[in-house]
Design a protein around this ligand. Structure first.
Ligand code: ZN
Length: 267
């Protein structure tokens, strides 16, 4: 994010790293990012929850009717946002749209997945704190979603890698209790504190944990732990595994939902 100097001092642009929008010096700013949410505050005005590089998530007023900015204030719209910090709050002045992900909006399954990511980000990102790693992950995930990659695989990858950036995702390699490998351990279970191996699950005081199949564990591990390029290369194979086994896609999708819960513990 850059503060736009109005020409009173040399240099033109000044780099700033603000913590919260209320602390920004008054003036104009430019930042790349995405709209996570829009809400109407009156027939002639609204607010946008933006997720911006170097600044994280924050609300900005979007004065004027919804169509003033065209589609630029709709969720999932990426671009460069020109903002004005007034005496009391931050306002959106204009948006240079870079990508609106129309293809994602055209598929119900992809749209539901992207809408969930916007909702989870909006609910869990601490306001005004830089989260550039998560922003980059979100951009890459949206790009892959727009290319038609499997939303279930992208969803579990997004949830786990977001948690990895924050240091809260459970290990997919080994049991947190005893260190046993998980992939070869049929009967592991996902708990509130990670994936327990079969032995530790049976030893746990509660038997309410549903076991995770070996097939799901392998797919999750390969989808989550691979590099971006490797994931794209293996996605067709993983997708074929998902569709070949009844219930497997549902199981992986359920685990993705529960991975988002791990992100709650940090905010
Ligand atoms: Zn164990």
């Amino acid at each position: 994010m850059e503060k736009i100097d109005n020409g009173n001092t040399k240099g033109g642009l000044q780099k700033v790293i603000p913590l919260v929008s209320d602390l920004l010096p008054q003036g104009n700013y430019s930042a790349d990012g995405v709209v996570l949410r829009r809400r109407e505050t009156s027939p002639k005005s609204g607010d946008c929850l933006l997720f911006l590089r170097d600044m994280g998530a924050l609300w900005a007023g979007a004065p004027g009717p919804r169509n003033r900015f065209g589609g630029a204030t709709e969720p999932m719209t990426w671009g460069r946002f020109i903002l004005y910090q007034g005496p009391r709050r931050l306002y959106l002045k204009s948006v240079d749209v870079a990508e609106d992900f129309l293809s994602v909006r055209g598929s119900k399954k992809s749209l539901l997945c992207a809408a969930r990511w916007c909702r989870e980000l909006g609910a869990r990102l601490p306001a005004g704190h830089e989260n550039n790693g998560v922003l980059s992950l979100f951009w890459g995930s949206m790009t892959n979603l727009s290319k038609g990659l499997c939303s279930t695989l992208l969803d579990v990858r997004f949830a786990w890698r977001w948690g990895k950036i924050w240091g809260v995702s459970p290990s997919l390699d080994s049991c947190p209790e005893c260190g046993s490998p998980l992939v070869t351990d049929e009967g592991a279970a996902m708990t509130e504190w990670g994936f327990l191996c079969r032995t530790c699950r049976l030893n746990a005081s509660s038997n309410r944990y549903k076991t995770v199949s070996q097939g799901a564990m392998e797919i999750i591990k390969r989808a989550c732990m691979s590099s971006a390029d490797a994931f794209v290369r293996t996605e067709p194979e993983l997708r074929a595994h998902l569709s070949a086994s009844a219930g497997l896609e549902q199981e992986v999708g359920d685990i993705a939902s529960r991975l988002f819960v791990f992100l709650s513990f940090t905010v």
